[in-house]
Design a binder for this molecule. Structure first.
Ligand code: C2E
Ligand code: CA
Ligand code: CA
Ligand code: CA
Length: 275
């Protein structure tokens, strides 16, 4: 619909239809994608800044769409949230990531943490804790090698979120705040929520060397996180200059194209699994 003067809207059916048809087709296909095993996880290395050691991977979902090829989450996560499919997809992500991480450990790779993204909707579903517990049991993955990434939007359900986070901590998994500083939230949650890592959003990192405001925000975030006994992960690091800046300001962990793009499991094995 386009605004046409005061209180008047004209719907251009010709504009809408293609997009709407494509979207509803995609929605139907999305409902079958899990059964058809069309989702895959790609893994992006996270590097410790002081030692240079690999400390973990972030698992990022992709959809191997039969017609459209490999789709990034930007193409389907919102759709999955709108249709209530995100919880089932998210459960698959948790179990696939834990299975993969255990496989790598059993194959002799140095143990690392695997981080999974949880949508707020999934974070608020009642059986999340028992699901995570069950997956850890079935895979026999040590819980300290699983990290759950959530955004600060979950702080909107303040009391319930504290409860869930405390239960997850009891299981022994790590908690990371993703996209820090980009959500609708006060800083208040930082003192009450049991969080291990703060992730500096790539929107701050990408302009670090050009925009003094971004540099100031990044430095302040690192200081804040360290004073609260939390570790800092910078995401979206693409250049040596950004890495040098972050190291100079004591950022703990780096993730970004400068080291690696998210890669399929087979490529991770080529790099990190020595036969
Ligand atoms: P995110 O959690 O903030 O993940 C980081 C995104 O930045 C990823 O995009 C990653 O490929 C990209 N990235 C990493 N390093 C760089 C870099 O150096 N430069 C640039 N330009 N980009 C970089 P991706 O994989 O397309 O994922 C986009 C978003 O989709 C994620 O943002 C996350 O919010 C969501 N997502 C991904 N996987 C899942 C999932 O399994 N479940 C849910 N609920 N959301 C997911
Ligand atoms: Ca993330
Ligand atoms: Ca992020
Ligand atoms: Ca994001």
């Amino acid at each position: 619909a386009k605004a046409k003067g005061k209180n008047q809207f004209v719907v251009h059916t010709s504009d809408l239809s293609d997009e709407m048809i494509a979207e509803s087709v995609l929605e139907i296909e999305l409902r079958n994608a899990l059964d058809n095993q069309e989702f895959v996880l790609h893994y992006q290395p996270q590097i410790h800044n002081v030692s240079g050691a690999l400390i973990g991977f972030e698992a990022l979902i992709r959809w191997e769409h039969p017609r459209l090829g490999l789709l990034a989450p930007g193409r389907f996560i919102r759709l999955a949230e709108e249709n209530g499919l995100i919880t089932q997809i998210g459960e698959w992500v948790i179990s696939e990531a834990c299975i993969q991480n255990k496989k790598w450990q059993d194959a002799g790779m140095a143990p690392v943490k695997i981080s999974v993204n949880l949508s707020t909707q999934q974070f608020l579903t009642r059986n999340l804790i028992s699901y995570v517990e069950e997956v850890l049991e079935l895979t026999a993955l040590n819980p300290k090698y699983l990290v759950i990434e959530i955004t600060e939007n979950m702080a909107m359900e303040y009391e319930y979120s504290i409860h869930v986070l405390k239960e997850l901590k009891k299981l022994g998994v790590g908690i990371s705040i993703d996209d820090f500083g980009t959500g609708y939230s006060s800083l208040n949650y930082l003192k009450n929520f049991p969080i291990d890592y703060i992730k500096i959003d790539k929107s701050f990192v990408s302009e670090l060397m050009n925009d003094v405001n971004d540099a100031i925000i990044v430095i302040a975030t690192i200081t804040l996180a360290h004073n609260l006994q939390k570790e800092v992960i910078a995401e979206g690091v693409e250049t040596q200059a950004q890495l040098d800046f972050l190291k100079h300001h004591n950022c703990d962990i780096t993730q970004g194209f400068f080291f690696n793009k998210p890669l399929p499991a087979s490529e991770i094995e080529n790099i990190y699994l020595h036969h």
